[in-house]
Design a protein around this ligand. Sequence first.
Ligand code: ZN
Ligand code: ZN
Length: 319
Amino acid sequence: MFGAGIPVLFIVGLVIYLRNKVEEDYNNRHPNQPELLSTTPRLDASVKGLDGQTIEAYPVTLLSESRRLPRPNDNTCPICLSEYQAKEMIRTIPDCEHYFHAVCIDEWLKLNAACPLCQICSTLCGSQTVRFPFRLIDQPQYCGYQDFELSCQVQETTQDVTILTFPYAGNFSVFHIDYAQQVLQLSYSEGCLPRILLQGLNLSGSPFMSVNTQSYTFYNCSTMVQYPGVTKIPCLSGFNFYVVAILTDGYTPLTSVCLEIAKVMVPMSTDWWEDGMTLGWNQPDCRWCESHQGTCLFENVGAGLQARCGSAIKHGMLH
Ligand SMILES: [Zn+2]
Ligand SMILES: [Zn+2]
């Protein structure tokens, strides 16, 4: 979490600054003549913001009485945290289609060229990038879905570990998220994955599922068998017996030398017997967006797993 801590604090600080500033501006300004520029403090030369012309080129929407937003995803401005009201100007960042009160985002963009949501939401845990549709447990809701919540376990001597908790199957360490393919590689943190597979891996209550399962037959053998395709499972084996698994199809059953325990559907990973597992997710479907360098976004914050793809500049948003 060290990686995420500093930017979050930085952004929280800026958000507080901007909120105070916006309130001040609301109290001070003339209705038709917002004097934001004159009250803006001198900028630190190391801070890279956008010039006024670039900011002005980003599309704005004047909210109608019905307060219909450019795309319905949230009715609260993430910078000042107040609800959008009729007749307010909303500015959309073209690259990602996140939007904010113009008065809020303009101040931000003068200090920092990157979208605050994109910046705060993409974070590192160890070497793992965590971003939409995932979010870390201490990140705001608008960063990702509750079902995709991860926690970052701080380690003293090694890299921080990203943990995914299943309602029934327990904790798994995430060691790779493939955002383009929508699969993740996990390892079981609490011991013996083959034991969990034998008991029945219960992934219900989570959007993740096996993408490629194969049936293995588990055997209990009194001596170690050396047939091709036989995988020894150390965490289930004992002093004088060996638990092994072999693909159910295409291999000769070991019943002459071993006792069959069960047939088990294994979510395939090259090292499943050493607690590795590959799972995937179908919803939200960001595959097209990821492969087209888009920014995948909520369709509606807090409702369903639909996502949309933010990218190209939308024209004619002023209405
Ligand atoms: Zn605002
Ligand atoms: Zn953004």
